[in-house]
Design a protein around this ligand. Structure first.
Ligand code: UD1
Ligand code: CA
Length: 461
């Protein structure tokens, strides 16, 4: 059958009172993305950005910002008088658009593009004026109940607040996902009245209205209720988050990633991980992080917006943010890398070492207890335990440069701006305030004095 034109409207204007939050509900995150981003990205799998409309109201600016460069359209619903009212608010932009009209709720982020495609095809082929997704829930509390006649046509949806005791026993619920024939929808939407206990314009009333006008409304029942779970409070937010996490780890495991105790790890949807990489328990891998093949991510490590090459070893309890580790690099246990730290091929960063805006050249090592900030460190450099770059003078940050092959003795203090030449040595415990030329030995510490018998004399006194 011929494809028809498709418009998708996503309702996202409500505050979400039951979230008990100053932040609009659709701006809360699950699976590492805001709810509205999930829904919009699914919609964009089905139609062009100029045919995806988001109804905004509460914190409209932040919602627009969250959707950034996706290029979707926005409709302002200044006062939130219900889901039906949200569509009426968009009448001017929406009603001239022919074809099919899909309505989604911004608080229902798990629905897949595949399920929506089936809904759209079903509505088109059945000739019904509307088809809506339903499912059966053991505990349907809070959802609209779907009333059907003997022939399986949907007669009405009754909201929890308006339902009779008998209707409340119905376990078939309205998912809030609908596909309409746009022309029929716009011809009848004005009949929705706020004649319910909440004084709201319920979109769900359109079902009965279409029926009375002689149209058919059908349901598409889905077996997997998880896909249509709506989020109204933070318990449901956590449940949906867990479902997203579960989907992601399963996808990665099927693609050849070993994940130990997968129920303990947190991996955002945008993360990429190569084959034969091992993720140990309680790791958190967030944002746009990408990890190559054959890496190990140690237990309890946190990686965010970072790039790891092939065969990178990250020890337990390591925190890596906005940084880059090349092939064969190692970090941790207990390292912290941030703000554009760059660990080149085969370089090692060990326990209690912090790198900030610092390049550690190929094969270089900083194995214990060091702070290396605003530094450019060459290849084959050894950074002794306890080395500190003094990059901050209380007003400005200054750079440190260390040439290839240099040996920085333990407990060196490098007062920036400073440059240590290639293959130079620094004596342990030095405070270095002047440049050290290549191949030189720099020592900046008081000479040791031994006072013979001093301890004995002190005891007698
Ligand atoms: C709605 C349905 C219910 C269904 C359930 C599925 C109605 C009347 N009820 O109930 O049948 O079982 O979803 O999850 O539609 N919104 C606006 N403007 C408004 C009001 C709401 O944009 O004026 C947006 C909200 O931001 C939210 C979505 O619409 O994203 C749904 O609103 P919500 O209040 O959560 O509806 P439910 O009570 O869950
Ligand atoms: Ca809801």
């Amino acid at each position: 059958m011929m494809e028809t034109e498709l418009t998708i409207v996503i309702l996202a204007a409500g505050l979400g009172t039951r979230m008990k939050s100053a932040k609009a509900k659709v701006l809360h995150s699950a699976g590492g993305q805001t709810l509205i981003e999930h829904v919009v990205d699914t919609a964009l799998e089905l139609t062009r950005p100029d045919r995806v409309f988001v109804v905004v109201g509460h914190q409209a600016e932040q919602v627009r910002k969250a959707l950034g460069s996706r290029g979707v359209q926005f409709i302002e619903q200044v006062e939130q008088k219900g889901t039906g009212h949200a569509l009426i608010a968009g009448r001017k932009a929406l009603s001239p658009l022919p074809g099919q009209l899909v309505v989604l709720y911004g608080d229902c982020p798990l629905v897949s593009a595949g399920t929506l495609r089936r809904l759209i095809a079903r509505q088109r082929e059945s000739g019904a004026a509307a088809t809506l997704i339903t499912t059966t829930l053991e505990d349907p509390t809070g959802y609209g109940r779907v009333l059907e006649d003997a022939a399986g046509r949907v007669q009405a949806i009754v909201e929890q607040k308006a339902a009779t005791a008998e209707q409340l026993r119905v376990k078939e619920i309205n998912s809030g996902i609908y596909c309409f024939t746009a022309a029929e929808f716009w011809a009848h939407v004005d009949r929705i009245r706020p004649d319910n206990p909440a004084r709201e314009y319920y979109l769900t009333d359109i079902v009965e209205i279409l029926g009375r006008a002689g149209h058919t409304v059908r349901s598409m029942r889905i077996a997997e209720p998880a896909e249509v779970l709506g989020i109204n409070n933070r318990i449901e937010l956590a449940q949906v988050d867990a479902l997203f996490r579960g989907r992601k780890v399963e996808e990665l495991m099927l693609a050849g990633v070993t994940i130990e105790m997968p129920e303990t790890v947190t991996i955002d949807s945008g993360v990429q991980i190569g084959m034969d990489t091992v993720i140990e328990p309680f790791a958190r891998i967030l944002g746009s992080t990408s990890i190559g093949e054959e890496c190990v991510i140690g237990a309890c490590s946190i990686l965010e917006d970072s790039q790891l090459g092939r065969g990178v070893l990250v020890g337990p309890f390591t925190i890596i943010h906005s940084s880059h580790l090349e092939d064969g690099a190692q970090a941790g246990p207990y390292s912290r890398l941030r703000m554009g730290a760059h660990v080149e091929t085969g370089a090692h960063v060990g326990n209690f070492v912090e790198l900030k805006k610092t390049r550690l050249g190929a094969g270089s090592k900083a194995m214990h207890l060091a702070y290396l900030g605003d530094s450019d460190i060459g290849q084959g450099v050894n950074i002794g335990a306890g080395t500190i770059t003094c990059n901050y003078d209380g007003v400005d940050k200054h750079a440190t440069k260390i040439g290839d092959g240099a040996f920085i003795g333990s407990n060196s203090t490098l007062v920036a701006p400073i440059e240590i030449g290639e293959r130079a040595y620094l004596g342990a415990g030095s405070v270095i305030t002047h440049a050290v030329p290549p191949e030189a030995l720099g020592i900046g510490r008081a000479r040791q004095v031994n006072k013979e018998g001093w301890a004995r004399r002190r005891r007698k006194a």
